[in-house]
Write a protein that binds this ligand. Structure first.
Ligand code: NIG
Ligand code: FE
Length: 398
């Protein structure tokens, strides 16, 4: 039966119910552990069949020995914009010398993405997805949002669906460059009707860049219209909120029962209260790579965690505000810059990120979960923030 993975010096399961595990840091840690994974011949999906101490492992068809390395659930990167063409490194350099970010650079990426062929976009997308996997990420959510026409948004969603089932329609990213102020509502109508209908075969989620502080993004009323249409069409809700300034994004996300509200860089105490009230429903997904790459203040992770909010971490990999595919980098930032403990950061990048996608089959190592595992070239998960910039994590190929 299946493959025995043994010689796991430290197994982070994120399973709060696992007998005999160390639950002191809420990571469900087993030492000197083993896992058996098996493939369903009908679906070709691999799942976990057994978890326990290596000394008690049953026989399996074959085995791999990890020599004491740490294993954890593969990272769940619940927020990315991986489908794009073009280069905005000069915009990053300008920010490092003091220029601020307001979303205006998105126009550059929209032009380059529209001009790229499907094959060109696919090649770029696959390289980024491979880069993620090579750093331990086993699930990625991918948004559209650099097409902003029915044709180009649909193309982005179709390409994203070749990589993941976690596909998000973000026609409501910005109003297309060149839109006159009197034509904003016509664009919102397009997003909520024809473009939405074209997105439905591919998308599971709808998202909106709710940011009245940006002239390019959407205010509360426009965002409400966009999300309402998505909900009516059967999509789950995610929100980009409170990235550039205090604003209505968090409260709107809670109002819609969103699975996640992402960024949360500028929060008021009533935003935190709203998230506390919605802790079973709405995850606060923090994106510290964005603060790093835009020189913004880091989100107040401690206020959220201390209040009991579910906090996830993701890269937001995109060409404007964070061109990094690395969840280990994000974990290191969360620990160093936002005061999260290493255990809280790892849980946020796995179990809580899975919750942000309403998934209970990933982000955890337990019997029946997907066999999505990451292995570290290190004895402990503590090495993720302890060895920043060193490629110690990779997805375990089983
Ligand atoms: O999540 N804030 C909106 N969208 C992206 C950035 C997009 C871009 O600048 O290309 C984000 O930060
Ligand atoms: Fe984003």
């Amino acid at each position: 039966m299946g493959m025995l993975i043994t010689g796991i010096g430290e197994l982070v399961t994120c399973d709060d119910t696992l007998d005999g595990a160390d639950h002191s840091e809420s990571l469900g840690i087993l030492r000197d552990a083993a896992v058996i994974v098996g493939r369903d011949p009908e679906t070709n999906e691999s799942s976990v069949q057994w978890v326990g101490l290596a000394a008690k492992a049953p026989a399996a068809d074959w085995a791999i020995e990890l020599g004491g390395h740490a294993v954890l659930p593969g990272f769940v990167d619940s927020h990315s914009h991986l489908v794009f063409a073009g280069d905005r490194s000069a915009e990053f350099a300008a920010r490092m010398t003091g220029q601020s970010y307001d979303g205006g650079g998105i126009a550059t990426t929209v032009a380059a993405t529209r001009a790229a062929s499907d094959d060109q976009l696919r090649t770029l997308l696959r390289a980024r997805a491979d880069e993620m996997r090579s750093q331990g990420t086993t699930t990625v959510e991918i948004k559209s949002g650099y097409g902003l026409t029915v044709h180009d948004e649909t193309r982005m969603l179709r390409l994203a669906s070749e990589i993941t089932t976690e596909v998000t329609y973000l026609g409501g990213h910005v109003v297309p460059p060149g839109t006159a102020s009197g034509e904003r509502s016509a664009y919102v109508d397009l997003v909520t009707r024809e473009m939405l209908a074209a997105a439905l075969p591919y998308a599971k989620w709808i998202d909106v860049f709710c940011e009245p502080a940006s002239p390019h993004a959407f205010d509360a009323e426009e965002s409400r219209q966009i999300l309402s249409a998505g909900v009516a069409a059967g999509l789950g809700v995610r929100v980009h909120g409170n990235q550039l300034a205090p604003g209505p994004g968090v409260q709107l996300a809670v109002e819609f029962g969103a699975a996640s509200v992402d960024h949360c860089t500028y929060l008021s105490s009533s935003d935190v209260d709203a998230l506390v009230g919605a802790q079973e429903t709405t995850v606060a997904t923090l994106l510290p790579g964005v603060e790093f790459s835009t020189r913004s203040p880091f989100a107040d992770a401690r206020a959220l965690l201390d209040a009991g909010v579910s906090v996830a971490l993701a890269t937001d990999c995109n060409p404007g505000t964070c061109y990094s595919t690395s969840m280990p980098f994000v974990i290191a930032l969360a620990v160093r810059e936002m005061g999260m403990t290493p255990a809280q950061a790892v849980r946020a990048a796995t179990l809580n990120a899975a919750k942000a996608l309403r998934r209970n089959d990933i982000g955890v190592v337990r019997v029946g979960s997907r066999a999505d595992l990451a292995v570290l070239d290190a004895p402990s998960y503590l090495h993720l923030p302890y060895r920043p910039g060193v490629p110690i994590a990779k997805a375990l190929e089983v």
